[in-house]
Design a protein around this ligand. Structure first.
Ligand code: ARG
Length: 248
C-alpha cells in the first residue's frame, strides 16, 4: 500500500464537499543511472524509467513522488516503507526475489566491460583475475564478479573494488587509472564512457531482465504496475520513449 493515503475512496472534506483522494506512491530511483533514471540540470528526476512510471501512474490513476535513494540501500528502504517501489533499471535476481517481488520484465540487458584507452587489455585479461576491477556496490555486475571470479578462486578479493556508491565514481577511477576494468549494464556504460578516453571491450551474456521491485505484501500494487507496464509496452509511447533515450 502507498505511503500516504491508501484508501482510494471518496472522502468528505470539512466543508462537506466530496474530494477524490488519490494514492501517492513513492518511487525510489538511483539519481545517476542514465538513461533510465537521473536528475536533470534543474534537479528534476528524468529518464526512461521515470517517464515510464509517470505514464503508468496517469493510466492507472495514482500520483507519484520520485526520490533518489542510495543504490546499495534501496531494497532496505523499500522494505522499511520509505519508498513503495524501485523503478531504476533493477535486474530481477533470485537473491532479490527472496526479499521483494518484481513486476513483469520490461527490459533486457547484458553486462559490459570497459577499459581506459591507454591500456590494451582484452577480455582474457579481465577474466585472468590479475587486474583491478571496479563495480558499483550492490549491483548485478558486482555479483557476477563475485560469483565467477572471486568465489571460484580466480581473482583475489583485494583486486575487486566494489564499494562505489554510484557508477560515475567507477568511471572516474577508470579514467584516472586507479582501476583497470569497469563492469556495468551496457546502456548506462555507453552513457558513462561517452566523450571519455574509455572503451567497451566486451559483453558478458548475463541475459538480465529489469523489473519494478515492490514489497511482497503489496499484492495490489504489483497487479497495478503489471497492468500499467503491459499497456505501456503495447502503446506507441513505448517506441517514442526508446527513441527519446536512444535505446534501440
Ligand atoms: N541492473 C543492475 C542491477 O540491478 C545495475 C543497476 C544499477 N541501477 C541503478 N539504478 N544504479 O544491479
Amino acid at each position: 500500500s502507498g505511503c500516504t493515503d491508501t484508501s482510494g475512496e471518496n472522502q468528505t472534506s470539512t466543508d462537506g464537499v466530496n474530494v477524490e483522494e488519490t494514492t501517492t506512491y513513492i518511487v525510489g530511483i538511483d539519481g545517476e543511472y542514465k538513461p533510465y533514471s537521473y536528475v536533470d540540470t534543474d534537479g528534476n528526476p528524468v529518464g526512461f524509467d521515470v517517464d515510464s512510471i509517470k505514464w503508468i501512474a496517469e493510466k492507472e490513476g495514482f500520483e507519484v513522488e520520485i526520490i533518489p535513494v542510495a543504490w546499495d540501500g534501496i531494497i532496505p528502504a523499500l522494505m522499511a516503507g520509505k519508498i513503495d517501489m524501485v523503478y531504476s533499471g533493477m535486474t530481477i535476481t533470485d537473491k532479490r526475489l527472496e526479499q521483494v517481488n518484481f513486476s513483469i520484465p520490461y527490459w533486457k540487458v547484458n553486462q559490459s566491460v570497459a577499459i581506459n584507452d591507454v591500456n590494451n587489455y582484452t577480455m582474457d585479461d579481465f577474466m585472468s583475475g590479475k587486474y583491478i576491477i571496479g563495480a558499483q556496490s550492490g549491483t548485478s555486475g558486482a555479483q557476477w564478479v563475485e560469483e565467477n571470479l572471486i568465489d571460484t578462486g580466480i581473482m583475489p578479493a583485494e583486486n575487486f573494488k566494489n564499494t562505489y556508491s554510484t557508477f560515475p565514481l567507477v568511471s572516474e577511477d577508470l579514467k584516472n587509472q586507479r582501476i583497470d576494468f569497469a563492469i556495468y549494464d551496457k546502456p548506462p556504460m555507453l552513457e558513462a564512457i561517452e566523450g571519455k578516453p574509455l572503451s567497451i571491450i566486451g559483453e558478458i551474456d548475463t541475459n538480465e531482465e529489469y523489473g519494478v521491485a515492490i514489497r511482497k505484501s503489496d499484492v495490489e500494487l504489483l497487479e497495478t504496475i503489471n497492468d500499467g507496464l503491459t499497456q505501456l509496452m503495447a502503446d506507441p509511447y513505448w517506441e517514442e520513449l526508446k527513441t527519446e533515450y536512444g535505446m534501440v
